[in-house]
Write a protein that binds this ligand. Structure first.
Ligand code: CA
Length: 516
């Protein structure tokens, strides 16, 4: 063998070694893209059977991966939901119970910190909404301050650098995400969290989507004119489309440009954006005034406006999810990247006459969740086990071959996806704390496959029990019936067990005084 061929041989050996090591590492540690939207209802996603609109890009995840039919949250509100995703812990242990006066404590176990230790580079881009403390666990962040803005948003980048972008927020978030992926360290697996502002109130669509649903009329949910009989907490809430939804702030019906500047964020728009935006809504407002609607007719009109703005905002969200999937395809990343899409919680699309979230009732407790994991999840999979946002942290650590801290309360569902031994949950525990905006009473409870038992406290005191098989829309509280009393005995024991398991002292003290 001459010197040159020996060199070539050595070169090819090294190359072969490098490729096989590279393949081994990537096969063991998949990249992770987790897309978390805000207030996006499963009722508005076609993969979940919605006829309100088509969401082809979210549907693509269902076709190529798994759709979770029974994904739920521990506490149905923005910041606390994200805190649970990061920590794998309930609000009472991660400390972020509500959106009021809360700054998330980043000095605790977060799944991203453990992924970093396991060799991952991590980033959060877009909406985080966890207060004012400096994020930890991320090699890079570029996040919206607080709720952020739909048009020409400001961002805070790693090192607390304030930046301003021109454009529509969902597009801006995708662009920053792609830029980070372009400049990432390609020798490491990555975990990128993309946090969307859409579809949060006040549902300001991208200009190109303003007309998208204007010719569509949406059927009212059957329980739209709910009278809240048998449910005292539902009676005192403040989240109806009829009374709470504001004509200006929410529905963009402004009597003057001065009012529009005061109640909306049009001041952030360029003159061109503002002109198109106001012309669109001013025409609708003129039509409304000519109709002189009152009472239920006006409420139904508000519902149609809400639906049109909300779904138009969701259209951009879905388009931007598509852009990320296309980017992964173009950059040969799809095969070795887990993609998860979920909302921070569910949302009301007029059910019970409501918008917003918070309740342990189904539409807000349940959240859309889809996951693509090539080679592990068979395309078109439907998961019908109870999965909680609590489980994401341990699942992603499991997938990333990282250690799962003992403090995490969730359960990895990776074995379920791999058809390995997995013990499904028999019941789920929920606890909502905030007692301010929208006047929803704090409550905790248990959901089994058939029943839901809820204990309200502070604002309203009392129990509610629903037979979900007979009453899927949760309109008839049967707690005070003889059958309800009988059923509650068993359910309270189960609830007691979950409170013990998750170490919820506040719920414990309420339950103890109740039972003893
Ligand atoms: Ca939210």
């Amino acid at each position: 063998m001459n010197k040159a061929s020996a060199m070539y041989k050595k070169f090819f050996l090294i190359l072969f070694f490098a490729i096989s090591v590279g393949l081994q590492v990537t096969a063991q540690q998949p990249n992770i893209v987790m897309i978390v939207s805000d207030d996006h209802a499963y009722q508005a996603i076609s993969a979940y059977g919605s006829t309100m609109m088509q969401t082809p890009n979210i549907d693509r995840l269902a076709k190529e991966g798994a759709l979770f039919n029974k994904a739920y949250v521990t506490n149905s509100i923005c910041g606390p939901a994200r805190a649970t995703i990061l920590t794998g812990k309930y609000s009472h242990l991660n400390g972020f119970r509500d959106n009021e006066n809360s700054n998330f404590d980043f000095n605790q176990d977060l799944f991203v910190k453990d992924l970093q230790k396991s060799g991952y580079q991590t980033a959060w881009i877009g909406k985080m909404h966890l207060g004012n403390n400096t994020p930890q666990g991320f090699d890079y962040y570029d996040i919206l301050p607080g709720q952020g803005q739909y048009y020409n948003p400001d961002f805070i980048e790693t090192g607390n650098i304030r930046k301003h972008y021109t454009g529509y927020v969902s597009d801006v978030i995708t662009n920053i995400s792609e830029q980070w992926l372009n400049k990432r360290d390609r020798s490491k697996p990555f975990c990128l969290v993309i946090g969307h502002k859409a579809t949060h109130r006040t549902w300001m669509p991208d200009l190109q989507d303003l007309d998208r649903f204007e010719n569509k009329t949406f059927p009212l949910p059957k329980d739209f004119f709910d009278n809240y009989a048998t449910r005292p907490a539902a009676k005192v809430q403040d989240m109806t489309i009829a009374k709470t939804m504001i004509m200006g702030y929410d529905l963009k019906m402004f009597d003057s440009e001065a009012q529009a500047e005061k109640e909306s964020t049009i001041a952030r728009m360029t003159p061109e954006q503002r002109k198109i935006f106001l012309a669109h809504y001013n025409k609708i407002y003129a039509d409304l005034k000519a109709k002189h609607l009152t009472g239920n007719a006006l409420t139904e009109w508000k519902y149609q406006r809400y639906m049109r703005d909300y779904l138009a905002t969701a259209a951009s969200l879905d388009r931007n999810i598509g852009k990320v999937l296309d980017y992964l395809d173009k950059n040969d990343l799809s095969k070795n990247t887990i993609v998860i899409y979920l909302s921070d919680q569910g949302f009301y699309m007029g059910e019970h006459g409501w918008f917003d979230k918070r309740w342990m009732y189904e539409e807000s407790f349940r959240t859309p969740m889809l996951m693509r994991y090539p080679g592990v999840i068979k395309p078109g999979t439907k998961i019908n086990d109870f999965i909680m946002n609590l489980d994401l942290a341990p699942t992603l650590l499991d997938a990333g071959k990282a250690a799962i801290p003992a403090s995490m309360q969730g359960q990895s569902f990776l074995p379920l996806l791999k058809h390995q031994h997995y013990s499904p949950r028999e019941a789920m525990y929920y606890h909502y704390y905030e007692n301010g905006e929208h006047s929803v009473s704090p409550h905790f409870g248990i959901k089994t496959t058939r029943y839901k038992l809820i204990r309200f406290y502070k604002r309203v005191e009392g129990w509610e029990l629903f037979d979900l098989e007979k009453d899927p829309h949760e309109l008839k509280n049967i707690y005070n019936t003889p059958r309800g009393q009988q059923l509650s005995k068993t359910l309270k024991k189960q609830l007691d067990g979950l409170i013990e398991k998750y170490q919820d002292k506040d719920a414990r003290s309420i339950l103890d005084t109740e039972i003893k």
